[in-house]
Structure formats: structure tokens, C-alpha cells
Design a protein around this ligand. Structure first.
Ligand SMILES: [Fe+2]
Length: 354
């Protein structure tokens, strides 16, 4: 009898201990800030630059927060976050093009970034209207031309490249590419549907060849004499000028760059940007990393990893970009690029831009 009473008491103590342990555990899990838990942040990114990794390592050194990198294309990562749903490990989604960031928002994969620091670091027009993503590096979609065949005086606007004098001379990639979709989306906002459609029709008329390849291929095709001008993103030229591949350097050195629409609506810009994942378990750490990446300390090195412009206005661009000079930008909020994406895709199909 005594023995069984003793056993019962021991049993009760054991159960009480287990319940207490379970409570402690669930507390740790629920706030994610428990002292004995490792601080971390998981970033789903389509960027793959060595310097990005170095910057994350510096962030870890300064803050003690580990950065886990999950690479993939933007579309793969969006699909993965959707599939993972609430169980997703993603804290941050980092990719090129405001249109894609907007798509992640539309698919309810993001949440608002609450940080005065981030809002100060990133100009309003380079952020989502609900602050679910912000731009971190900026690029311009410009005209590259061969100075032997084109006089700078002949260049003015994107629209002018749709004029008959440019027949068989214009190179630009496929309309399936999100950069072109964002370009047309910006025109739809600035000029309305009719003028935007006329522009797209005019460019199709003036194409030097059926669209093929990426932005770098358009640059090569200008040098090869297939066309005289190419519409492409600034950082491709920066990358080619600094390439280990001699042929790329050779191509880029032969081209001149022109910022279109300087007297009118400004040159089209886009961003590489970061969104806060809706189901993040490390919101504080994620926001801290966005603050770090948008801060003065790392903006310059971060942007110049891909020859892009810093978004933080207190930071000067890298030398190669400064040589190209300042330019006027389109004055629209970049959320528009996502909002008008479907209209742009439809319009490209209507005018037969492959
Ligand atoms: Fe790109």
C-alpha cells in the first residue's frame, strides 16, 4: 500500500514536470525569441552574387542573426511559397522586378514591413503602396547604340524608336520578359492604352529581327550589325564592361548609352527588391535585415554587386555608373508596374510582339 502510494506520488510529480516542460517549450516556439534558440532569418532569393553572401555574413557578425539563403528563380520561389503556405520557412523574398514583387503580393504571400528606418532609406515611389515590398537596388532601361551608325542627336525618346526612320534597326528581347512588360506597364500609366499600343505596334514594325535572347544578346547584335539600337537594362552593360569574358568587354566598349525621355517623362526604372513573407516566423530579424540592406553602410556595395544604382538617396552610385551621368526618372510609383502587368501582356499579344 505504502509502495503504491509512493508510486502514485512519483507519477504525479513526473506528469507535473512534463507539463511544465511542455509549457516552457511552447513559449519558446511561439515567440521565436527564446534565449536558447538560434536567431536566424531565411531569405528566398533569385539573386546570386558573391558580394550578397559577404554582406549577409557581415550582417551575421554585427547582429548574431544567421542568414539562410534559399536560391531559385523568382517564379520557382513564388510557387514554393504558395505550396508551403503557412508552413513556409520563408521570411524574406528577394527578386528583380517590381512586377514580380507585386505578383507575390497579389498572391497574398507578403505582409507590411513596419519600420521607419526602411521608409526613410527607400523613397516612396520605390516601395509597394502598402509597404509589403521595397526596392533595394535600382536599374534603368536605356537605349544602347552604335556610334558609327547612330548620331546621339537622332535619339530622344522610347516613342521615337517607333517612327518609320527606325525600320529594321531596333533590337529588344521578347515580350515574355518581365522587364519589357514593366516598360509597357509604365507607358500605360503615363500615356494611356491607345498611345502605348501604338508604341508597341511601331516597335514591332521596326524590329531588326524576331526577338530572341536576353539583354546582353541585344547588345551583341548591335555590334554585329544586325540592328543599330537596343533597349536594355543598364547593369548588363556594366557587367559586360567588367566581364572576365573578353568578347563581352569588346561588345560593351563599342556601344554608347543614352537615357531616353530626359526632356519629357523620364527614363524607365525598375528595382530589385525585397518583400516580407506573410508567414514569417522571424519578422523582427527579417525587418532588421531590410534595414541593414537599405542603410547607407551597405547600399553602395550592395547595389554595385550588379552595377545597379543605390535606392538610398544619401549614397552615390559606383564610378562606372557615375560616368554615365545623372538622369531623370519616370515619376510613377513602381507598384503600377505590377498593377498594369496583365494589360501590358495582353497588349503585346494584340500587336504580335513575340
Ligand atoms: Fe536581369
Amino acid at each position: 500500500m505504502l509502495k503504491s502510494r509512493f508510486t502514485l506520488l512519483a507519477f504525479i510529480i513526473l506528469i507535473a514536470g512534463l507539463v511544465l516542460a511542455a509549457c516552457n517549450n511552447s513559449e519558446d516556439e511561439s515567440d521565436g525569441e527564446g534565449n536558447d534558440e538560434e536567431e536566424e532569418v531565411n531569405i528566398y532569393t533569385s539573386r546570386h552574387y558573391d558580394l550578397d553572401d559577404e554582406i549577409y555574413a557581415e550582417f551575421t557578425e554585427e547582429t548574431g542573426i544567421e542568414v539562410n539563403i534559399i536560391n531559385g528563380s523568382a517564379d520557382e520561389l513564388i510557387e514554393r511559397m504558395e505550396r508551403e503556405g503557412e508552413a513556409s520557412e520563408a521570411d524574406l523574398f528577394f527578386t528583380a522586378d517590381a512586377g514580380r514583387l507585386h505578383r507575390a503580393k497579389e498572391q497574398e504571400l507578403l505582409q507590411a514591413i513596419e519600420s521607419d528606418t526602411v521608409m526613410e532609406n527607400v523613397p516612396e515611389k520605390l516601395r509597394d503602396v502598402d509597404s509589403q515590398w521595397v526596392g533595394l537596388t535600382k536599374r534603368a532601361r536605356i537605349i544602347a547604340y552604335h556610334p558609327d551608325r547612330v548620331d546621339e542627336e537622332e535619339l530622344s525618346t522610347y516613342e521615337a524608336l517607333a517612327d518609320p526612320e527606325w525600320e529594321d534597326r531596333v533590337l529588344i528581347r521578347s515580350s515574355e520578359n518581365v522587364y519589357n512588360q514593366s516598360l509597357l506597364a509604365s507607358f500605360i500609366e503615363i500615356y494611356g492604352e491607345d498611345i502605348s499600343r501604338m508604341w508597341a505596334e511601331g516597335i514591332v514594325q521596326n524590329l531588326a529581327r524576331t526577338p530572341q535572347g536576353g539583354d546582353r544578346d541585344q547588345a551583341s547584335a548591335v555590334v554585329a550589325g544586325e540592328g543599330d539600337v537596343a533597349i536594355l537594362n543598364t547593369y548588363y552593360l556594366g557587367g559586360m564592361l567588367n566581364s572576365a569574358d573578353e568578347e563581352e568587354v569588346n561588345v560593351a566598349e563599342q556601344l554608347e548609352i543614352f537615357f531616353p525621355n530626359q526632356e519629357t517623362t523620364g527614363t524607365h526604372i525598375n528595382v530589385s527588391g525585397i518583400g516580407l513573407a506573410r508567414h514569417s516566423n522571424n519578422v523582427d530579424n527579417a525587418v532588421e535585415l531590410i534595414e541593414y540592406l537599405s542603410g547607407e553602410g551597405v547600399q553602395d556595395q550592395f547595389a554595385s554587386a550588379n552595377y545597379e544604382y543605390p535606392v538610398n538617396e544619401n549614397v552615390e552610385p559606383a564610378d562606372v555608373l557615375q560616368e554615365w551621368g545623372d538622369f531623370e526618372e519616370q515619376d510613377i510609383n513602381l507598384s503600377i508596374l505590377g498593377e498594369n502587368n496583365a494589360d501590358a501582356v495582353r497588349m503585346f499579344n494584340e500587336v504580335g510582339w513575340q
